[in-house]
Ligand binder design. Structure first.
Ligand code: SF4
Length: 258
């Protein structure tokens, strides 16, 4: 189990962007994600994390032990390639600020926790802006980012500015710096948020944290074949999902046709 906390000592819910996102698809999926740790890092995710470490290498916090662990037995050519891609993003974005900034804010009914990859000045489409930035890697930027259409796909881009606003009073835009490592294509998504967005989100999250209602929203799209063409990863732990996926059947042989 990861050391991430989902409740404080008094039972107050702690929301992280990635697990809260599950709630808006299916509240039961959110609840299961706080209890069952299925996260096994794939090679691509390992490369992505290394890329982030290399990208922010020159900024203030750099966890050498973590990098060594991620590098593991990867070939030096592979590591050089990831380093070169991170360097090209670094040249492109020219990050100048703090990296891996912990965010933790108690909103009364719930807590938001996370870690911003970067907060400070950087280049965005030819101009210097101050923002919260997050580095993302993918092997198919077109498919993955075209499928992101909902407000909950972009939760991180409101939760992190919202936490920062509570911590400092400053409203910052959020920029995804996305790098397709396979095709070496870069893309940015800048998300502008306002204080009103934060107030609306606080109301929404207060309702979720107060009601604590984790009903299953079982349907074909949620449980069996989602937009990433996979089934829900918690289906083995969910009766409603499993019943949809593998319903018991009784067949009269004579009714079958050749
Ligand atoms: S299997 Fe379906 S109902 Fe169960 S948690 Fe997943 S999405 Fe929700």
């Amino acid at each position: 189990m990861s050391d991430r906390r989902y409740q404080d000592e008094n039972g107050k819910l702690i929301f992280h962007a990635s697990n809260l996102q599950n709630y808006f698809e299916c509240p039961k999926k959110y609840e299961l994600s706080t209890k069952i740790d299925l996260f096994e890092m794939t090679d691509a995710q390992r490369d992505g994390l290394l890329y982030e470490m290399y990208l922010f290498f020159n900024l203030e916090k750099y966890d050498d032990v973590m990098v060594k662990k991620l590098e593991g037995r990867k070939k030096s050519d592979t590591l050089d390639e990831i380093r070169a891609k991170a360097q090209s993003m670094s040249d492109y974005a020219q990050f100048d600020g703090q990296s891996f900034v912990p965010l933790s804010v108690d909103f009364g009914s719930f807590i938001i926790e996370g870690e911003a990859d970067f907060i400070g000045n950087c280049q965005y489409r030819g101009k210097t802006i101050r923002c919260i930035a997050d580095a993302k890697t993918t092997s198919d930027v077109y498919k993955l980012w075209l499928s992101k259409k909902t407000a909950y796909d972009y939760l991180q881009s409101v939760l992190y500015p919202m936490a920062w606003w509570k911590m400092t009073g400053e409203v910052l835009p959020f920029v995804y710096y996305i790098h397709d490592l396979k095709q070496d294509i870069k893309k940015t998504v800048l998300v502008k948020t306002t204080e009103q967005d934060f107030i609306d989100m606080e109301k929404r999250l207060t309702a979720i944290a107060t009601e604590k209602s984790w009903e299953a929203k079982s349907c074909y799209e949620n449980c069996i074949y989602n937009r990433y063409r996979t089934s829900c990863k918690y289906i083995a732990y969910c009766q409603q999902g499993a019943e949809l996926y593998a319903p018991d059947e009784e067949i009269t042989y004579g009714s079958l046709i050749f």
